[in-house]
Design a protein around this ligand. Structure first.
Ligand code: UD1
Ligand code: CA
Length: 464
């Protein structure tokens, strides 16, 4: 029984000091909702038998933010304090044996190693369990850990309730606990609502356990910042920076060159291969994976995309939910809006926009094209100014250009339409019917030449 572990993450509060209509735990740092970090840490523990999140404010959004197999939810309809939040889980949790670990959804910096140490300490202890504490220079706002003359933990006193002598104690309660589940559920109902705040304080459990003859230990951590609970947007920005720095260091140590790293934003879930160079001000977000030996240009923004080896994404190029295969180029100033697939060695030039388009291997659209809902074959050349008219005001229609076709500059391909393999489209054409393979499609007015017209006109003006 002693090996099982239930983790409960409290995330029901609004977080008034964020000055936000959005629940605090939904705010993002390092590219992920705060509560998402805590859930991931809990899932990374070696024995997380079950992970539960207590939701209240914007419960549905919080559920969605952390919807992962293995995560359960407990609803706390009214926020009546940290003790009450755990009590709401009685039906789901009270039957579970082993240990109960309580974390907060707004403490995203906690490391797995620290929590493992907390669990070990609880398992070795003979009492009810352990709380996490730290010696702080300025513990203002935190509960203080009161010890008796033998150094044993007696109780925790909240900032609001403490006398000046009690508040002079610098050992602060980090609000993170690992208790024996059976003892916790046996005694949790002994928490009385706090007279001043009318809230059920989880911190009261320390005194309650002591009264029942079970001791509580305090495990000190060296750096209290690890347990920092985010309360304001200033702290949110600090924590965001910390996550970013951690990520950049990890990538640089793994062989990625990052120029002016202080300007670069890379989300925690991103993967980048060796010898890839990331230029200043690039942003690489979401679940993006980038191969080896690529160059990601200045101010490029890449989100949820898959980039192969040896790819060059030029400056100011925006790539969303797209696949770019080995050796392809995009940009500068290109936009791969969504769901594109650029095959090996293809080129998406400056001021191109692609949407739901497949560019075949070695195909080129070197400048100023819009390709939407299109299948472009291998080795196709798309001239400057070519656009697909994929929308008729009601529905989107597909365009298909066969392998080796040549689309002259400034062509308009009115979808649904097809240009066969090896066909040509003359520059400036409006193509409304399909062009068979190996033919020429011309759709433009015939040119008229009037010889000496200009000369005569000049002569006419001179006379008058
Ligand atoms: C708590 C501790 C304090 C500790 C500090 C560390 C208590 C009474 N005090 O104070 O000793 O030093 O954490 O950061 O526990 N929540 C709910 N439902 C509620 C109330 C809170 O889910 O009804 C959640 C919040 O969303 C938040 C977490 O619990 O994620 C902590 O609540 P908060 O009100 O910030 O506790 P503190 O006052 O900081
Ligand atoms: Ca807090």
């Amino acid at each position: 029984m002693q090996n099982r572990l239930t983790v409960v993450i409290l995330a029901a509060g609004l977080g008034t000091r964020m000055k936000s209509r959005k629940a605090k735990v939904l705010h993002r740092a390092g590219g992920k909702a705060l509560v998402g970090h805590v859930v991931d840490t809990a899932l990374a523990l070696t024995t997380p038998d079950r992970v539960f999140v207590v939701v209240g404010h914007q419960a549905d959004e919080v559920r969605r933010a952390v919807a992962t197999p293995g995560v359960g939810f407990i609803e706390q309809k009214e926020q009546k304090g940290t003790g009450h939040a755990v009590m709401c889980g009685r039906d789901a949790l009270a039957g579970l044996d082993g240990y109960l670990m309580i974390l907060y959804g707004d403490c995203p910096l906690l490391r797995v190693e620290t929590l493992e140490r907390l669990i070990d300490t609880a398992r070795r202890s003979e009492g009810a369990g352990v709380l996490m504490s730290a010696i702080m220079d300025d513990p203002y706002g935190y509960g203080r850990v009161m010890r008796n003359i033998h150094g044993r933990v007696d109780r925790v006193i909240e900032q609001k309730a403490g006398t000046p002598e009690e508040l002079a104690v610098r050992e602060a309660n980090m609000g993170i606990y690992c208790y024996r589940a059976d003892l916790f559920w046996k005694h949790v109902d002994e928490i009385q609502p706090n007279p001043a705040a009318n809230e059920y304080y989880l911190t009261d459990m320390v005194e309650i356990f002591n009264r029942a003859g079970s001791s509580v230990e305090a495990m000190q951590i060296a750096d209290p910042r690890e347990a920092l609970g985010i309360n304001t947007r200033v702290e949110l920005a600090e924590v965001d920076r910390l996550f970013r720095d951690r990520k950049l260091q990890e990538l640089m140590l793994a062989g990625v060159t990052i120029e002016k790293p202080e300007t670069v934003t890379i989300d925690g879930g991103v993967k980048i291969g060796m010898d890839t160079i990331v230029e200043p001000f690039a942003q690489i977000r979401g679940r993006t994976v980038i191969g080896e030996n690529c160059r990601i240009g200045s101010c490029a923004i890449i989100e949820d995309s898959e980039i192969g080896d040896e790819v060059e994404i030029g400056a100011f190029t925006i790539v969303g939910t797209s696949i770019v295969e080995r050796g392809a180029h995009a940009g500068p100033f290109a936009r791969l809006r969504m769901e594109n697939h650029v095959a090996e060695g293809a080129n998406i030039g400056n001021f191109d926009e692609l949407k739901k388009t497949r560019m075949g291997a070695g195909a080129k659209a070197n400048h100023l094209a819009y390709l939407g809902d299109s299948q472009i074959g291998a080795k196709v050349n798309i001239g400057a100014g070519t656009i697909t008219c994929n929308y008729d005001g009601f529905a989107k229609h597909p365009t298909r250009v066969g392998d080796g076709a040549f689309i002259g500059s400034n062509s308009t391909l009115v979808a649904p339409v097809e240009v066969g393999d090896g066909a040509y489209v003359g520059a400036g054409s409006v193509i409304t019917t399909s062009v068979p393979a190996d033919s020429l499609g011309l759709g433009r007015a015939h040119q008229v030449v009037k010889e000496d017209w200009a000369k005569k006109r000049r002569a006419l003006h001179k006379k008058s």
